[in-house]
Design a protein around this ligand. Structure first.
Ligand SMILES: NC(=O)c1ccc[n+]([C@@H]2O[C@H](COP(=O)([O-])OP(=O)(O)OC[C@H]3O[C@@H](n4cnc5c(N)ncnc54)[C@H](OP(=O)(O)O)[C@@H]3O)[C@@H](O)[C@H]2O)c1
Length: 321
């Protein structure tokens, strides 16, 4: 009911908050919701916007299009990052660490696929949507915190683009997997790829909740947002059912992108919160996420993620405080 009501009757507010003087990062900014959110942020006066993309040519085309439509040039920069690769995420974040300020980041890049493939030893959508998205978030946290120290008038924000489909996940797939959930669902003989995108978004929701519980909102506001079902390139690798649902129900890409901008426009009320239609709506989180079982799963995957990421960049989990 909430889903259909939102899709047909709710129009997230047109973004008006000024980003003047701010440096903002958007991953997956070459297309879809990331592109439209970037366009808004440039229009709203950001000084520097980094488009984190895996295809630099597509990123440059997006940059040109944004410059033409906003009349602002010298703002967008296209930087390469492939979230299927640890090395690429590390190189990207090392480059980010060199810039003097980062006021906001929207970690938006993700994929929905029915095809099983491994990346860094985990099923690819788990690597991209979950492990490396959290890796990147953790790697940029020190600069976000430092920005608050160096420029006390700014309130750094870190927004993760999740989805209401976290509530559609078949949680039996992760119920009996002990402390190695990410590894178990990356087993090609067991992986249920038809629901994989939903599971990836559920795991992302749980991990962002845990991250936000460890970081003070007074230092960095960490939020997660659901854009609703929107037209975009998402699902280009997914099944026909997903495409049909989009044709019937989806909102425009621009309309959905407003919720991404809302995610980096929120104040402290957004810290650790779930935003939908551009508003904090914690009760829209799934019953599983709000349950005791959900809390236990959250603790287990946080431990598993910590072990993985400590192997990628020793000491990284100290950033989560
Ligand atoms: N559209 C919806 O209905 C909907 C609903 C709820 C949530 N969301 C979420 O919204 C976010 C944006 O999705 P969208 O709908 O705008 O989809 P999209 O048009 O497919 O855009 C996804 C972006 O992620 C990038 N990406 C994918 N794999 C990557 C990788 N390995 N490394 C770096 N970038 C990668 C894509 O780059 P390429 O162009 O190079 O592939 C693209 O820029 C996602 O987090 C998605 O889960 C979407």
């Amino acid at each position: 009911m909430g889903f259909l009501y939102s899709q047909f009757l709710v129009r997230p507010s047109y973004p008006t908050r000024s980003f003047e003087g701010e440096t903002v990062l958007v991953t997956g900014a070459n297309v879809g919701l990331g592109l439209e959110a970037t366009r808004h942020i440039v229009r709203l006066g950001a000084a520097r916007v980094i488009l984190g993309v895996r295809n630099v040519e597509a990123g440059e085309a997006a940059k040109k299009e944004i410059e033409a439509s906003t009349g602002r040039s010298g703002v967008c920069e296209v930087w390469k990052v492939d979230l299927a690769s640890y090395d690429s995420v590390l190189a990207f974040s090392d480059r980010i660490a060199q810039i003097p300020r980062l006021d906001a980041a929207i970690l938006n890049a993700a994929l929905a696929t029915d095809n099983f493939e491994l990346a860094e030893g985990y099923e690819r959508s788990i690597t991209v949507n979950v492990i490396n998205t959290l890796l990147l978030g953790l790697l940029i946290l020190p600069l976000l915190k430092a920005t608050r120290q160096r420029f006390p008038s700014t309130r750094p924000r870190l927004a993760f683009v999740v989805s209401e489909v976290h509530a559609w996940a078949d949680t039996t797939e992760i119920a009996d997997e002990g402390d190695r959930i990410l590894k178990a669902i990356s087993d090609p003989t067991k992986a249920k790829m038809s629901g994989r995108y939903y599971i990836s978004k559920l795991l992302e929701v749980l991990l962002v909740q845990e991250l936000a519980s460890r970081v003070r909102g007074s230092e960095v506001i960490i939020t997660m947002l659901n854009p609703g079902l929107c037209h975009s390139s998402l699902g280009r690798e997914a099944g026909l059912g997903f495409m049909l649902m989009k044709i019937i129900l989806a909102r425009s890409t621009e309309m959905g992108s407003r919720t991404l901008v809302a995610g980096v426009s929120t104040g402290l009320e957004g810290h650790g919160a779930y935003m939908t239609d551009g508003q904090v709506e914690n009760m829209a989180l799934s019953p599983f996420v709000r349950s005791e079982e959900g809390s236990q799963t959250r603790a287990k995957i946080w431990n598993e993620l910590s072990t993985i990421l400590e192997g990628v960049r020793p000491g990284i989990m100290e950033n989560a405080q």
